[in-house]
Design a protein around this ligand. Sequence first.
Ligand SMILES: Cc1cc2nc3c(=O)[nH]c(=O)nc-3n(C[C@H](O)[C@H](O)[C@H](O)COP(=O)(O)OP(=O)(O)OC[C@H]3O[C@@H](n4cnc5c(N)ncnc54)[C@H](O)[C@@H]3O)c2cc1C
Length: 195
Amino acid sequence: MTHVIVVGGGPAGLSAALFAEKNGLETTVFDTDKTWMHKAHLFNYPGVGSQDGTAFLDTLHTQVDSFGVDRKQGEEVTDVTEAGDGFAVTTEAGEYEAPYVVLATGANRDLAESLGCELTDEGVVDADVTMETSVENAYATGAMVRAEEWQAVISAGDGAAAALNILSKEKGEHYHDFDVPADAESTFGGMVDEA
Ligand SMILES: Cc1cc2nc3c(=O)[nH]c(=O)nc-3n(C[C@H](O)[C@H](O)[C@H](O)COP(=O)(O)OP(=O)(O)OC[C@H]3O[C@@H](n4cnc5c(N)ncnc54)[C@H](O)[C@@H]3O)c2cc1C
């Protein structure tokens, strides 16, 4: 069963997917690969140094794939609606359901608006620090929640915040995704170093 559907595979969506899947929530990402990262060169992403945006994305793809995210590259989401206790997500290829949806469609807010997410006076999707929108269990992350001041690290942080809030709801208490050096060998077998 898919727990989390993520729409958009830029830094926001892939970060949400990484945190959710790594911590046991089956996660599917749909992405049409129009991310601005293909136009960027990062000098301002802490810890990364200097890296081409597409190379950054390649590393992120390897990282989420290594944790088992179901990444449906090239599959466009055409509609998201509330259905039962969750959401129905329609793509050009079929229909999918999940109790949580994370919208990460960059500056495009069409899906959020048609789902009924409230906008702010500035016309961006209204979300609090957990990134949850006015529609319960629907999250909005990245460029879509900001009028400007767009940065990759902010989007990645939004995605992480959304996933941690979903995990807290699922676990029934505040959830921390903290690892220690020993985890690199015992739990993940060096997986992260290879990403
Ligand atoms: C020229 C340029 C240079 C930049 N340089 C820097 C820089 O140096 N440092 C920095 O931090 N930031 C930089 N940025 C900004 C950075 O690229 C963005 O802040 C970041 O990409 C936003 O991430 P995001 O995940 O919110 O959205 P995006 O990266 O835009 O990702 C959104 C993804 O959602 C997909 N999508 C949209 N709708 C759908 C749908 N219906 N179904 C499926 N998929 C969908 C898109 O195809 C896209 O892949 C630059 C941007 C530009 C344009």
